[in-house]
Design a protein around this ligand. Structure first.
Ligand SMILES: NC(=O)c1ccc[n+]([C@@H]2O[C@H](COP(=O)([O-])OP(=O)(O)OC[C@H]3O[C@@H](n4cnc5c(N)ncnc54)[C@H](OP(=O)(O)O)[C@@H]3O)[C@@H](O)[C@H]2O)c1
Length: 249
């Protein structure tokens, strides 16, 4: 399989890094418009092929990883031979792509942890996509973590919950680190991150309600319970809900 990454920025690199470390058997070519040094860096770092101009018809899969405003003109300026197109650009619907290429398209919304194969990717399939292509795209993103099917209605909230929320979690960690004085900053960060990772593992595997999971940690009147009371008094739930709704807008 020949994959072209059209766009060589942060998200393109995160996806390629994840695919390479997964052992994906594919030839990966990367390109951009102008930053040649960036292409040299990516070639050296990941052993991918890079090109300065590309003929999209040479590829089985074309991943559009450029800024959203460049996507439609990129598609219109090229001749398409029903290649499978995966766009990671926010706000571009698969039907907009299919209307130009005539082939199948998917709007994929990955997050940066795909680089470590711990990503969460929403997949919004177009109308022209075949069952075989659907399976292929899902398998490609399963190599980078978890996937979920999305659509026009669910994509905004998905983007906020999976794409934006890593920054919210970093903000929470940043607020917690100073309390761990006596530890250097990186150790403090590691302590909190490992606790978050453990909590995530439990959330992913244990289907009991969140309040039951809280009960496992917080005995009435104990230190966790007293900390939780502060979170309630200060309105953490309302803050998190507003932040997510704002990002989803
Ligand atoms: N970063 C994230 O967490 C994230 C998450 C999900 C989705 N996305 C989506 O991923 C896309 C890229 O985001 P990013 O953060 O990686 O942005 P970025 O770091 O700014 O990278 C954009 C890349 O696209 C290239 N490019 C622009 N126009 C091009 C064209 N016509 N042909 C080929 N290459 C072109 C740019 O290179 P030159 O300037 O040299 O042309 C650059 O390599 C965006 O659409 C964004 O919505 C990002």
């Amino acid at each position: 399989m020949n994959i072209l990454m059209a766009g060589a920025g942060a998200m393109s690199e995160a996806i390629v890094k994840g695919w390479i470390s997964s052992g994906l058997e594919a030839s990966i070519t990367m390109t951009n418009r102008s930053d040649r040094e960036r292409l040299s860096f990516l070639r050296e770092a990941y052993g991918v092929r890079t090109v300065e101009t590309e003929d999209v018809s040479e590829y089985d899969v074309v991943v559009l990883a450029m800024q959203p405003e460049g996507v439609l003109s990129y598609l219109e300026e090229r001749r398409w031979d029903r290649q499978l197109v995966i766009s990671v650009a926010a706000h571009i619907a698969p039907e907009q792509i299919e209307a130009i290429t005539g082939g199948g398209a998917v709007a994929a919304m990955p997050n940066t942890p795909v680089s470590l194969r711990s990503g969460m990717t929403g997949l919004w399939y177009g109308r022209n996509i075949t069952m075989e292509q659907r399976t292929l795209v899902n398998d490609l993103f399963l190599l980078l973590g978890e996937t979920v099917e999305t659509d026009e209605r669910t994509m905004p909230a998905f983007m906020a919950a999976a794409g934006c929320s890593p920054a919210f979690f970093y903000e929470i960690v940043d607020a917690m680190v100073p309390v761990l004085d006596g530890f250097d900053e990186l150790t403090a960060r590691r302590i909190i991150a490992q606790a978050m990772k453990g909590a995530s593992e439990i959330l992913l595997r244990d289907e009991r309600s969140v309040s039951e999971l809280i009960d496992d940690v917080a005995a009435a009147g104990g230190p966790t319970d007293r900390g939780l009371q502060i979170l309630k008094e200060k309105g953490l739930a309302a803050i998190m809900e507003s932040a997510l709704r704002e990002s989803a807008k």
